[in-house]
Design a binder for this molecule. Structure first.
Ligand SMILES: [Zn+2]
Length: 385
């Protein structure tokens, strides 16, 4: 619906006071002449309503609403003389010309009422002309013509302020949701002029919406604020997602450090190592060989978790008799122990590699025998000091 103003300059058809804008009064023109539309009635008022002692603020048909008098002016429409109908009410005439669509006219009038209600918070009621005087006006709404009752009309004027996003907004619309949209668009970046939040969806708002739509990625900015546009608005308003902090690379254990069971500390492992050492100190090479093979075997059976205790056991088992047999001083013996430890560790690494690459633990087991068996030195029982 188009809304325009064609103000009557003469004061010959209004009271001199100031309209209190407490109610809106609905009329029908009762002019069934073809062409007796809003434009025609606005013209009639502009011409001073010759021969008629009457005036009204608005006339509405199925295409437009035309304002003839400012809302603070008191028109002659209610038939209640100096009563509140004439003094404090805004008058709307619905055209009933046969060449117009009645349902559309009613909808337009309801839209106009909503707009006026938005402008004047003083208005508490929408009433019929009949409310002020006995006249059967608005006759069609009163009789439910074409299935549209007065109650239907009031429902259309529902004053609940529309919430942005609850309806599609386009040029010509108005309401609190339009004002909301205007204020929110003003916050967003734009190359266009700042909008006045007058709650009226005019050409500037249309341009601004179209610009927003294109900036938001729509190929063509339609200027019609629909559900998709509303979703885009919410997206534009939401703060950008913070960059997720970069996950620190999990520290890889150096490949040369033997694995321990989850939760095992090296101190804990050392304590257990010492315990096991006491248990399995083996004085003979046969025992050593068996121990070593058992270790390699266990390495695979238990997935290498008991590696450290076995390693220590073997080192110590080697060192104690070997030192005494060779008559080597403890310092040198420590060096040998380290060498033996290195060999054991090397074997461990090789065995692990075999296991990974060949998935054949038996090979490691055999390797264990090979390492130990080549030479069995003569052995003297250790003597305690
Ligand atoms: Zn009337």
């Amino acid at each position: 619906m188009q809304i325009r103003q064609q103000f009557v300059t003469s004061n010959s058809r209004v009271f001199g006071g100031t309209n209190g804008c407490k109610t809106i009064t609905i009329h029908e023109t009762a002019n069934f002449t073809p062409g007796a539309n809003a434009a025609m009635h606005a013209k009639l008022q502009s011409n001073g309503n010759p021969g008629r002692e009457a005036s009204w603020h608005w006339q509405v048909d199925d295409k437009e609403a035309i304002q003839s008098f400012r809302h603070d002016q008191q028109c002659w429409h209610a038939g209640d003389g100096y009563g509140p109908g004439n003094f404090d009410s805004i008058a709307i005439e619905l055209c009933v010309n046969p060449d117009s669509d009645w349902a559309t006219t009613v909808r337009n009038a309801a839209s106009l009422v909503r707009k006026i209600l938005a402008e004047h918070r003083t208005i508490t009621k929408i009433v019929q002309h009949n409310h002020w005087s006995e006249k059967n006006c608005p006759a069609r709404l009163r009789s439910g013509y074409a299935g549209i009752t007065w109650g239907d009309f009031l429902a259309l004027t529902n004053t609940a302020p529309p919430i942005l996003g609850s309806r599609t907004l386009k040029k010509g619309d108005w309401g609190e949701d339009v004002g909301d949209l205007q204020r929110r668009l003003n916050v967003l970046p734009s190359r266009l002029d700042r909008l006045v939040d007058d709650e009226s969806y005019g050409p500037l708002t249309t341009q601004r919406v179209a610009e927003f739509q294109e900036l938001s990625g729509m190929t063509v900015g339609t200027g019609v604020f629909d559900a998709v546009s509303y979703a885009l608005l919410l997206k534009a308003e939401s703060p950008p997602e913070p960059e997720p902090p970069l996950e620190p690379e999990p520290k890889k254990k150096p490949w040369w450090i033997p694995p321990l069971a989850t939760g095992t500390t090296y101190i804990g492992a050392f304590k257990r190592m010492m315990t096991k050492t006491i248990e399995i100190t083996v004085p003979t090479f046969e025992g050593l060989a068996k121990g070593f093979v058992a270790w390699v075997h266990d390495l695979y059976i238990s997935n290498v978790r008991t590696f450290a205790p076995y390693l220590a056991a073997i080192l110590l088992a080697w060192i104690t008799p070997a030192l005494r047999w060779l008559g080597i001083q403890p310092d040198e013996g420590a060096l040998i122990a380290a060498g033996a430890g290195f060999l054991a560790w090397l074997w461990y690494v090789l065995a692990r590699t075999f296991e990974r690459q060949m998935k054949w633990p038996l090979l490691a087991k055999i390797g264990g025998y090979m390492l130990i068996i080549p030479k069995t030195p003569t052995y003297e029982a250790p003597t305690s000091r």
